[in-house]
Design a binder for this molecule. Sequence first.
Ligand SMILES: *Cc1c(COP(=O)(O)O)cnc(C)c1O
Length: 384
Amino acid sequence: MKFNENLHKLDNQDSFYVVSEKIRKYKENHPDNKVISLGIGDVSFPIIKPIADKMIEAIKEESGASSFVGYGNYYGLPELRKLIRDNEYPSFDIEEIYVSQGTKSDVGDILELFDKDSLIGIPTPNYPIYLNSVISLGKKVKLIPCDMNFIPIIPKEHFDVIYFCSPNNPVGITYSKETLSKWIEYAKKEGAVILFDNAYHHFVNNGIDSIYEIEGSKEVAIEFRSFSKVISFSGIRCSYYVIPKQLHRDINSLWRVRTINRFNGASYVAQKGAIAYFDDLSKKEIDKNISYYLENAKILKDGLTSLGYKVYGGENAPYLWVKSKNNLSSWESFDYFLNTLEIIIIPGVIFGKGGEGYFRVSALGKREDILLAIKRIRYDEETK
Ligand SMILES: *Cc1c(COP(=O)(O)O)cnc(C)c1O
């Protein structure tokens, strides 16, 4: 009997484990101290009432004899698909929009679309799930280096599939029109497909918030979005993605067949909640939350910059990417922040070897924690 030995190769889950173990031990030894987390990759606001109410209604429907809803929406509820189309993808057909249960699994599942010998490219550093999905399925993969500003460098060689994340987790930057245009040109030339993880598009105020803003992208790109960060659905699970009909030959209809056979639809209750997001009132309230996170990011960016740190991102994304001081490695910075400042950050190297020497700071926490964190770092710098 043989198992999928590739699963042994997913070592960076260990790294997140090391992070949580170090934190656990520190807290155990200092039970009375307040450790501030700037490490979180989850949202901190609860689900707003209009959305929660819609989900409660949906549960009541599911428990009524005549209103019960069972299977039957492989691609998503028509009402939700239409709202997504009308609000976010007006130039697409509804059949090009798929509703699912989370971008984390979507970006791995989409690999079923490609031949087993496809060569997959992943810019480094990046959201670790791309590499782990590819490795766990035993696909061929190569990392794509980034330039000094963490923009992926166009390769000389051929790739079949390339992962992008913009706004990027962990780097916190959005790719410019120029960068994306060049990559679309490359993809066209190579007959490649770009997988565009756009989970943080709601955070973009200035800049490109969809790859489909770029000419020619419908022929080469699949875009993924998630309700997790915008309406605090990280525990509820609902996401969506676009497979344009123009993409290569008949990929969209191929994916419809795949989906019927491999997927039974996203949760009815979750989708009903997601529908409520598109009400003007919900949107307004949600926009307030997003602005709050972005203001957090600004406070962190200004604070860290004024203390002499080189900071990337944090303008159209809830993450900041910070260069370690004094040539500390990612892990050394982590230890220093935890043991000296009692602040949790994430070592950049966890996001791939391109992240060594950096660390990620999250703005998804509470304002008072962020202000206190900056105060601690400042005090430490000034008393050294
Ligand atoms: C948080 C996050 C997601 C969201 O995944 P879900 O499974 O929809 O919760 C996707 N991609 C990136 C880069 C993320 O940071």
